[in-house]
Ligand binder design. Structure first.
Ligand code: ZN
Length: 291
């Protein structure tokens, strides 16, 4: 979730705070809350990444004569996509680490990371983003795309939002896609939106990121998913306050798949079939963007 302010880590062991806190990309915070605690190891200082070996190319079809035209490759093999599952399962237990102030772009700072939101039944956003990102990874890997995740599991801390952006930059990613779910309690608020950096701070944040956002949006609409009723317009949301997008030097978007506090969407977000539906739409959007 994107619109909640601040770092919420102090008191995160309470359900109310865990529900309220979403947004690795939350608005500028830059303050630490709560008592000083010994700093645990912070994953962001040395973010682990998980690479997926590209699938082997399909065997050449046997033919006595070459085709008249060269068929378009079935997959964008050799290109790298960075998937960024929002938040992390260990964030809630490590408030000192995730409240650390880090660069957020545009001269601002914000909290390293947040705990994320949850459904009313307690299904956590970090679990949703981890599972869904891995489903996207499976689809992309099957199409020959090398996928890098910004965190290696769902039990660690961080990485910080600036480090997540740095992974996409370091990998020279063809596309960077952050995956989140929102936690709005506004009456009737539901639907997905795709955020992109605006005004763009570099060329990659301009047309490429906007096209990536539109392409992912279009595939999600085609999958029957409703666009947001409460953020952005037609499923798109230009933003200047999202660190991961501000700091990206590669085409990058952030997908808020749905509202975990909406009953219908909570059911979809909580179910494996629902997550596969989100993942398939996101993966198809990425593949269409890669061409
Ligand atoms: Zn989030």
């Amino acid at each position: 979730m994107l619109t909640r302010r601040g770092a919420y880590a102090w008191g995160i062991l309470t359900i109310s705070v865990a529900l309220a806190a979403c947004g690795a990309q939350d608005r500028i915070a830059g303050q630490a809350f709560g008592p000083a605690l010994p700093a645990p190891p912070v994953a962001s200082t040395a973010p682990a990444t998980v690479s997926t070996t590209p699938a082997s190319p399909p065997p050449a079809t046997s033919s006595s004569a070459p085709p008249a035209t060269t068929p378009k490759p079935a997959a964008p093999a050799g290109r790298v996509v960075v998937l960024d599952p929002g938040h992390n399962g260990g964030n809630a237990a490590n408030p000192a680490a995730i409240n650390k102030s880090v660069p957020a772009g545009r001269g601002k700072t914000k909290a390293c990371n947040t705990t994320g939101t949850a459904t009313d039944a307690g299904y956590a956003e970090h679990a949703f983003t981890w599972d869904t990102a891995n489903r996207v990874r499976e689809i992309l890997a099957g199409r020959g795309v090398r996928v890098v995740l910004t965190r290696p599991n769902d039990s660690g801390v961080g990485p910080c939002v600036d480090q997540r952006a740095a992974i996409g930059n370091r990998e020279n990613a063809a596309a960077v896609v952050s995956i989140h779910a929102d936690g709005s309690t506004a009456e009737g608020a539901h639907g997905f939106h795709v955020a992109y950096s605006a005004p763009a701070l570099n060329a990659a944040q301009g047309e490429p990121s906007q096209r990536l956002a539109r392409t992912v949006r279009d595939r999600m609409v085609a999958a029957g998913l409703a666009t947001s009723t409460y953020i952005g317009s037609n499923g798109l949301s230009p933003r200047d306050d999202l660190a991961g997008l501000n700091l990206s030097e590669r085409p990058a978007v952030l997908v808020e798949c749905g509202n975990m506090r909406d009953a219908d969407e909570a059911a979809r977000l909580s179910s494996p079939d629902g997550r596969q539906r989100y993942a398939a739409a996101i993966a198809e959007g990425i593949l269409a963007y890669l061409g």
